[in-house]
Design a protein around this ligand. Sequence first.
Ligand code: IPD
Length: 277
Amino acid sequence: MADLWQNAMDYAVAIARKAGEVVRDALRDDMKVMTKSSSVDLVTQTDQKVEQLIIQSVKEKFPTHRFIGEESVAAGEACDLTDSPTWIIDPIDGTTNFVHAFPFVAVSIGFSVNKQSEFGVVYSCLEDKMFTARRGKGAFCNGEPLKVSDQEDIKQSIIATEFGSSREPEAVDKIFSSLRNILCIPVHGVRGAGSAAINMCLVASGCVEAYYEIGIHIWDVAAGSLIVSEAGGVLMDVEGGGVDLMSRRIVAANRRAIAERIVKEIDSFSPPRDDTP
Ligand code: IPD
């Protein structure tokens, strides 16, 4: 049977590559850096330009499809995931990295139908790595199959996380308390690429055993979530149970036991949901 969404996925890969070129070119220019929810939540004209480029290109080809885009939501659009085919876009995941030319910056495109993820594309544009996953068909990096780590022992693991963009003392205290608990399991190390999408691709590639974060948004993790699960990994909420991409909380791991061990150590909290206006 023909794959209904393969065409859309091929298109997403081509657009992500084009968007990546725009991001790479922009690194050479002077940037105008603006802020959103706080003085450390950065945005540039390139984030906005790349999101418009992606949305306009998709609209030409798939005029009935809907969008959730980081910069469109920042500009006041609703963050609504319906049953319609929906493109979930982070034009630059790792904007702070981009501003500082720290070399982990991704274009992230998730695609969902009936609230089920159909494909995910993460283009790590400074590394020139194209990560892709199609539901039920595996995950790939530059065409090579991906598989999560087979490490079963958390004490032999590397865990990825981020500090996020909240500087509220209560949230920062909880972030440090979780980090301390996890570090002292003890684990081999804690890392963070500065891009949720790339952290998830690192889980899918078997370079780290798990990634967790509270404060991410649906556009940061929509594509990466499918890439992790198609590479054989698991997704969980930070308190255990199923992940809810609107909840701004995620654990992605190579296996359930590692995810559950991390959950035990997380001092959880609940930021305002993405779908709450
Ligand atoms: C951010 C990055 C960062 C993570 C933040 C995200 P953005 O996305 O993924 O690693 O810690 O929670 O919001 O703002 O660069 O698209």
